[in-house]
Design a protein around this ligand. Structure first.
Ligand code: NAP
Length: 280
């Protein structure tokens, strides 16, 4: 596994992590063994949210990391409707209880809602002072929103921005990644397989990935993950609910793509074809 410092937190985080959206729909025993397999392979970045399965994804993680909490960089999210000053604190406490832990490594605002950023950030800072979270970040924030966070919180507080990033949507390369790199903020790539829309090997694009994969004795999905996590600022969090899928995804960190291969993927999935960020 490969690790990089996670924004200003300096915590060493695996470049391949695990997402848990819809985890509650898998068989519980298999989902738990998938998470444990990831830990065995050095994946320490686990992503969840109070929203996922109405807290059930957090409960599954809580069970999976029992006795191994110190191996995990644990991230959860407050939903915008709870992100008032008091609401954020209560939501975090409920997440901690479901996750059976006394702290989160990073706590995110899931997306921007009606509560002023000032309120949510004040709550994040209070949670930090109380040791209930070690750092905080945002999700689905474009450049104007990020500028506002910086205005409210000052430099060095924002740890990460979790955003959509996959081969068919590389919009964040145009503004969000450069902004985050300039300000030392980690970028977490969500839906790195396009949330079920991974390029098929029956397409021209899919065949390019297969060819590159063959040269590395790897798979197309591993090549895709490695391409997305090719810069030290970017961490990918594929959701995989079986130990086999987790093993395959973890293997992406071992691949070293050549410049020619990166250029070829870049041409096959051009940034210019992306819909723009944020997509709504
Ligand atoms: P994704 O990771 O792009 O794709 C998940 C799909 O890929 C699942 O169907 C999974 O199947 C399959 N898969 C994973 N590894 C595979 C492998 N090696 N071979 C074949 N299939 C494989 O989708 P996502 O869940 O949307 O995104 C990942 C995570 O990002 C989420 O779980 C969540 O934690 C986070 N996220 C955050 C936001 C946000 O607003 N902040 C939004 C979306 C997602 P199996 O389950 O059968 O393994």
């Amino acid at each position: 596994m490969e690790y990089h410092p996670f924004g200003p937190s300096k915590h060493e985080v695996s470049v391949i992590g695990e997402g848990t959206w819809y985890f509650e729909e898998s068989e519980r025993v298999t989902a738990i063994s998938a998470l444990k397999k990831g830990l065995d392979l050095g994946i320490n970045h686990l992503d969840t949210a109070e929203l996922y399965g109405n807290g059930e994804a957090e409960r599954i993680i809580g069970e999976a990391i029992e006795g191994r909490r110190n191996q995990v960089f644990l991230v959860s999210k407050v939903q915008p409707g709870h992100a008032s000053r008091k609401g954020t604190i209560s939501a975090c406490e409920r997440s901690l209880s479901r996750l059976r832990t006394d702290h989160l490594d990073c706590y995110l605002l899931h997306w921007r809602g009606r509560y002023p950023l000032e309120e949510t950030i004040e709550a994040f800072e209070e949670l930090k002072r109380e040791g209930k979270i070690l750092s905080w970040g945002v999700s689905n924030f474009g450049v104007p929103d990020l500028d506002q966070v910086l205005e409210v919180a000052g430099k060095g507080s924002l740890t990460c921005n979790q955003v959509l990033y996959h081969l068919k949507d590389r919009s964040i390369e145009q503004g969000v990644i450069p902004w985050c790199e300039k300000h030392g903020v980690a970028v977490t790539a969500y839906s790195p397989f396009g949330h079920g829309d991974f390029p098929s090997s029956r397409t021209k694009e899919g065949r390019v990935l297969e060819e590159i994969a063959k040269a590395h004795n790897a798979t197309a999905r591993q090549v895709a993950l490695r391409f997305l996590a090719r810069r030290p600022s970017v961490f990918a969090i594929p959701k995989a609910s079986s130990p086999e899928h987790v093993s395959e995804n973890a293997g992406a960190a071992e691949i070293r793509l050549t410049k020619d291969e990166i250029d070829r993927i870049d041409e096959t999935f051009p940034v210019g074809a992306s819909p723009g960020f944020p997509p709504w």
